[in-house]
Design a protein around this ligand. Structure first.
Ligand code: RFL
Ligand code: PHB
Length: 393
């Protein structure tokens, strides 16, 4: 059986970028459909980001998908850098008048999927062999197979929101693209457990044994990470080995001892900075991880995806409401300006806080001197606070 549909915007990928874009467009009556390769259960169970910028929570409020966020999100008024000399507390609220919010990507995704049917947002899960066609023509299309049948969606525009391994990016010819990448020589080993956090606010710690992060999902659920060499394998990390390392890294920094509990999840993620400099080609627009990756230091990946789709949705809304092309024509320039600043912040924090295998004493002294400067300078603290809470959209 073959079926062809028509829609205004075909969205490839049902992660945070695709789901948010779909809701922003549906809120203005624009037709769209999301095609997602994975099952709903798989999409909802991916453990990833945990901290939302003010602009991201504003977007969720704009589409009215904020009931659980308001009830369960934890306000982050401060941010801590742990150093060999103790804690530097950066008072986000005092320095920016704003705050970040701890609310997991898993929860954001679940809320967006739950709200979709009532808002007429169609999500096709388990769409296989998704392919983009004629993206530089006036009639682009997306094809996929589901349950053995072939499907074709003809659209005015395609939004490539399919993350770093999806097909959208590859639909843009190499001559139209510049790529920039930096791979870091370590990854983060993370653990999620139902135990109370060791501190009321996040601690990004740099010790003489490496980087560690104490984060949380709720007053009863903790998320911790440590830096590990890329050669490290998960099988070599029974949870107690990781808890022992965390005990040592946060001793003298956290306000409570680290509580141990069974691991709900453990994983190792490599760290990478990457920009695919073509976020617009013909009738295809890329958003989120499809166009860029940031290392997780600073918690920017999900927030950057949200900023892209805020720009893209507003540009599409202006096109459909007023026939105004300026937003679509300017999307790439506007989005990349914010992407590069966010890449810079994520890179800066990564370089400042991790131990690099061959860094030598000089780089370590530079890191320590920089931390000492931050500790004594309100200007430096404000710069970090305003980037952590999120650059304006
Ligand atoms: P996503 O979330 O990767 O969603 C892309 C969606 O596209 C689907 N897809 C396809 N659909 C159809 N056809 C295909 N051929 C497809 N190929 C892929 C995928 O199944 C998926 O549903 O990208 P999006 O929406 O741009 O959102 C970006 C964020 O998810 C990402 O930036 C963050 O999660 C990054 N990230 C973290 N960010 C933080 O801010 N803090 C963190 O702690 C944090 N931890 C992480 C992370 C990313 C990780 N990855 C990518 C493995 C930890 C991990 C492990
Ligand atoms: C998390 O809670 O998973 C988290 C928090 C801050 C980061 C990265 C991840 O920078």
């Amino acid at each position: 059986m073959n079926a062809t549909y028509k829609t205004q915007v075909a969205i490839v990928g049902g992660g945070p970028a695709g789901l948010l874009l779909g809701h922003l467009l549906r809120a203005e009556g624009i037709d769209c459909v999301i095609v997602e390769r994975q099952t709903r259960a798989h999409v909802e169970s991916r453990i990833r980001a945990g901290v939302l910028e003010a602009g991201t929570t504003d977007l969720l409020r704009r589409i009215g998908i904020d009931a659980r966020l308001n009830a369960e999100g934890m306000i982050e008024n401060g941010l801590n850098l742990g150093t060999p000399d103790g804690l530097i507390r950066i008072d986000i609220k005092a320095l920016t008048g704003n705050h970040a919010t701890v609310y997991g990507q898993t929860e954001v995704t679940r809320d967006l999927i739950d709200a979709a049917p009532a808002r007429g947002l169609e999500i096709v899960f388990e769409a296989h062999d998704v392919a983009l066609h004629d993206v530089d023509s006036a009639q682009p299309s997306v094809t996929y197979t589901k349950d053995g049948a072939d499907h074709r969606i003809e659209a005015d525009f395609i939004a490539g929101c399919d993350g770093s391994h999806g097909p959208s990016r590859r639909a843009i010819p190499a001559h139209a693209v510049r790529e920039y990448a930096r791979d870091y020589p370590f990854g983060w080993l993370g653990i999620l457990a139902d135990v109370p956090p060791c501190h009321d606010e996040l601690i990004y710690a740099t010790g003489n044994d490496g980087f560690a992060l104490a984060s949380m999902r709720s007053p009863t659920r903790s998320r911790y990470y440590i830096q590990v060499p890329l050669t490290e394998r998960l099988e070599d990390w029974p949870a107690d080995r990781l808890w022992d390392v965390l005990d040592a890294r946060f001793a003298g920094l956290a306000s409570r001892p680290i509580a141990r509990g069974p691991a709900l999840e453990m994983s190792i993620a490599p760290l990478r900075s990457y920009v695919f400099e073509a976020m617009h080609y013909g009738r295809l627009f890329l958003a989120g991880d499809a166009a860029h990756i940031v290392p997780p230091t600073g918690a920017k990946g999900l927030n950057l995806a949200a900023a892209d789709v805020a720009y893209l949705a507003d540009a599409m809304i202006a096109h459909y409401r007023r026939g105004d092309q300026a937003g679509l024509d300017g999307y790439q320039t506007k989005a990349l300006a914010r992407v590069w600043k966010t890449e810079r912040f994520s890179w800066y924090l990564t370089e400042l806080l991790h131990l690099f295998p061959d860094q030598g004493d000089f780089k370590r002294r530079m890191q320590i001197a920089e931390l000492d400067y931050i500790a004594g300078s309100e200007a430096m603290q404000r710069a970090i606070a305003e980037q952590f809470v999120g650059l304006p959209l």
